[in-house]
Design a protein around this ligand. Structure first.
Ligand SMILES: C[S@@+](CC[C@H](N)C(=O)[O-])C[C@H]1O[C@@H](n2cnc3c(N)ncnc32)[C@H](O)[C@@H]1O
Length: 221
């Protein structure tokens, strides 16, 4: 991973038992693989016990986007998923400080959680500033990306939106091409969506003068 993208640099204590119980699931890949039925679906009824719209941030990092939106939209539920523990501890600290009841986080690999998505249940999905990989040209890696994007698209409710942004031109093109050519999605630019998508890394890269490119797909009704 490139310098500046490594989450172990963060210094933060683990959440207390109460905060962890309220906000955090830990779902190891091996358990998801062996016993998928043990886990709740990634839906509002299963995770929050209500029918509110659900937004999912795949690779949420420190949860800046999810916590900000959860604070702004109290009638929407938010799920942030990340592999890395320390950024999630920051997210839980912030959710607790804001006393949010409409947000949860999962520590684990979102690729292993795709079977837990349900069709037409997600109001918005975010895949923002992922670490740019080096394997854009490998068919196997792109097949995995296609699988992820297809699963997320299937899970979107009619009119639901998928947001993607990257500071890497090559990775942006890779994902955009899969959306356009394989999933046959219509792609809009982010400005037309009119959403404020403030994330930690978005701010960092733009602060360093790097260009961030983004796009949005809206699922047809
Ligand atoms: C560069 S950070 C971006 C975080 C956040 N979206 C932002 O814009 O500030 C990428 C995050 O994606 C997480 N990540 C990468 N692959 C993942 C996967 N397969 N499952 C869950 N999290 C993943 C990493 O742990 C890291 O925290």
């Amino acid at each position: 991973m490139a310098r500046g993208r490594h989450p172990t640099r963060i210094h933060i204590a683990p959440p207390n038992e109460q905060a962890a119980a309220k906000y955090l699931f830990r779902w190891p890949g091996i358990d998801l693989h062996r016993e998928p039925n043990r886990f709740p679906a990634l839906t509002s009824p299963d995770l929050f016990g209500n029918d509110r719209p659900l937004e999912i941030d795949f690779g949420c990092g420190t949860g800046m986007l999810a916590c900000g939106r959860a604070r702004e939209f109290a009638n929407v539920n938010f799920l942030g998923i990340d592999l890395s523990q320390k950024p999630l501890y920051c997210a839980i600290r912030d959710a607790g400080a804001l006393n949010l009841d409409n947000i949860k986080f999962v520590r684990g690999n979102f690729n292993e959680m795709l079977p837990l998505l349900r069709p037409n249940t997600v109001a918005a999905a975010f895949y923002l500033l992922p670490n740019p990989p080096q394997d854009y040209h490998k068919p196997r890696a792109n097949a995995r990306r296609r699988n992820f994007l297809q699963a997320v698209h299937n899970a979107l409710a009619p009119g639901g939106r998928f947001f993607f942004a990257s500071d890497s031109k090559a990775f942006f093109r890779c994902i955009r091409d899969i959306l356009l050519n394989d999933l046959r999605c219509e792609i809009l630019n982010l400005e037309s969506a009119g959403w404020d998508l403030s994330t930690y890394y978005w701010r960092v890269w733009e602060g360093q003068g790097r260009k961030v490119e983004g796009c949005v797909v809206e699922k047809k009704s």
